[in-house]
Design a protein around this ligand. Structure first.
Ligand SMILES: [Ca+2]
Ligand SMILES: [Ca+2]
Length: 259
């Protein structure tokens, strides 16, 4: 049912938009734009379970050497999902008028990024997506000083493409993945934010996708880390380690109805 959602072998470039080369990144290092994603031998394991704790898939993936910190020459999965696009611009029909438009993050510049780091406040750290179709309202995301984003396609079957965003941040490996949809002139989230651990991103596990067997639903894969999991009733079998961190977590897969 859920085929091709994991992409362990795919080679990609590690680049995320909006942060110019030389500017401070998640770990205070240089931007990773343009580095090759050369997968190291070895491996790690991550388990995908149902909310009841039933094992759905056991997944091995090449260790890219990024867990626990930045390794020169490797992608930093703090801010990136293996196999995801890295373009600065996406194209889609986000307002459902039948015409394609472009979307891109407004470049706020290094001064604004420094301001964000110093103030660590929502308003100082906003990421703003703007559109070539001027009638579409800008999409403003708090605590999003850097980012990776993607056209998710029309997941909720309302004739408009959704936008998925992984905000980059500089405090930890914890992330929420957001899916936005344009509804009556406003941007809203299609579903609750999806908790995402760094090992899940490193493994290339897709956080959310259209459920092709249930119209209007999505399949969500969420880390159940003790700090970031918002579903405390989800059960992880004791034989699978869940190390209570944002970088070593297991994944629960479930279905949600989208707005
Ligand atoms: Ca359009
Ligand atoms: Ca849609």
């Amino acid at each position: 049912m859920l085929k091709d959602d994991l992409q362990p072998e795919r080679e990609v470039l590690a680049a995320w938009g909006g942060l110019s080369k030389g500017s401070a990144g998640q770990t205070g290092k240089d931007s990773l734009a343009g580095k090759d994603d050369t997968i190291k031998p070895g491996g790690s394991e991550i388990n995908i379970v149902s909310p009841d704790g039933i094992l759905l898939r056991k997944f091995k993936y090449a260790d890219a050497g990024s867990s626990g910190g930045y390794t020169q020459g490797y992608p930093d999965y703090a801010n990136y999902i293996r196999g995801y696009p890295t373009d600065d611009t996406i194209v889609g029909d986000f307002n459902g008028d039948g015409k394609l438009e472009k979307a891109w993050f407004k470049d706020r510049g290094q001064d604004n990024f420094n301001d964000c780091q110093q103030k660590a406040a929502a308003g100082a750290c906003r990421g703003i997506i703007q559109f070539s179709e001027k009638s579409i309202r800008k999409l403003v995301i708090d605590y999003c000083p850097m980012w990776m984003f993607k056209n998710e396609g029309d997941i909720n079957c309302d004739g408009k493409d959704e936008i998925g965003v992984l905000p980059g941040w500089f405090t930890s490996a914890c992330r929420d993945y957001y899916v936005f949809t344009y509804e009556k002139g406003k941007w809203i989230t299609s579903c609750p934010p999806v908790s995402s651990s760094m090992n899940m991103r490193e493994a290339g596990i897709v956080p959310g996708e259209k459920d092709t067997t249930n119209k209007g639903y999505a399949i969500i894969r969420e880390s159940v880390d003790g700090y970031v999991g918002k579903y405390p009733n989800h059960k992880i079998p004791p034989e699978y380690p869940n190390l209570n961190s944002c970088s070593e977590s297991q994944v629960v897969e479930y279905r949600v109805k989208l707005k």
